[in-house]
Design a protein around this ligand. Structure first.
Ligand code: THU
Length: 166
């Protein structure tokens, strides 16, 4: 039998920063601050990420580029790797992302790249805790309740087993 399946997901769109809950606006403000610390001389695209941990601690990341281009790393992975290395067991509950083109924040939200999505969902999976994604743009802010929805039919730990289900 052949079946046609459809995957949908819901997300929230806010038009104004003032519509956000205070904890969300605070995390976004931290991501914007982190973008200022990016090292992005090659692309001029400066990204900041802020990860909220269960304990209330916030850790930051920014993109760090390299003359050998593939050696650069994105803001989201910098922040998550820092959280794992320095706050083991303190599970991430949200990540905010903001990006600047040069010195100006993008008007539309910037969504994590595929590599970063893969890393965020690994953290969701192993911690059994959804990670909310807050995407900042000057004219629009998106809130996605779980990173997993950004990567349908994802490859995860379960995929490594012989009899996994998809
Ligand atoms: N970048 C991030 O930091 N996060 C993303 O999700 C997408 C892209 C960085 C990588 C590179 O330094 C620059 O943005 C341009 O792609």
């Amino acid at each position: 039998m052949t079946k046609i399946k459809k995957i949908t997901f819901k997300y929230v769109e806010h038009e104004s920063f003032s519509d956000l809950e205070s904890e969300d606006s605070r995390l976004i403000t931290e991501a914007k601050r982190a973008a200022e610390n990016a090292y992005a001389p090659y692309s001029g695209f400066r990204v900041g990420a802020a990860v909220m941990l269960e304990s209330g601690i916030i850790v930051h990341g920014s993109n760090v580029e390299n003359a050998a281009f593939p050696s650069g790393i994105c803001a989201e992975r910098t922040a998550l790797a820092y959280a794992v290395a320095n706050h083991a067991g303190d599970r991430p509950s949200a990540i905010a992302i903001a990006a600047m083109n040069g010195t100006v924040f993008t008007s539309a939200p910037v969504s994590p790249c595929g590599n970063c999505r893969q890393m965020i969902i690994e953290e969701e999976y192993r911690n059994k805790k959804e990670i909310r994604i807050l995407l900042y743009g000057e004219e629009k802010i998106l809130i996605i309740e779980s990173a997993a929805s950004l990567l349908p039919l994802q490859f995860d730990k379960g995929s490594l087993s012989l009899h996994h289900s998809l």
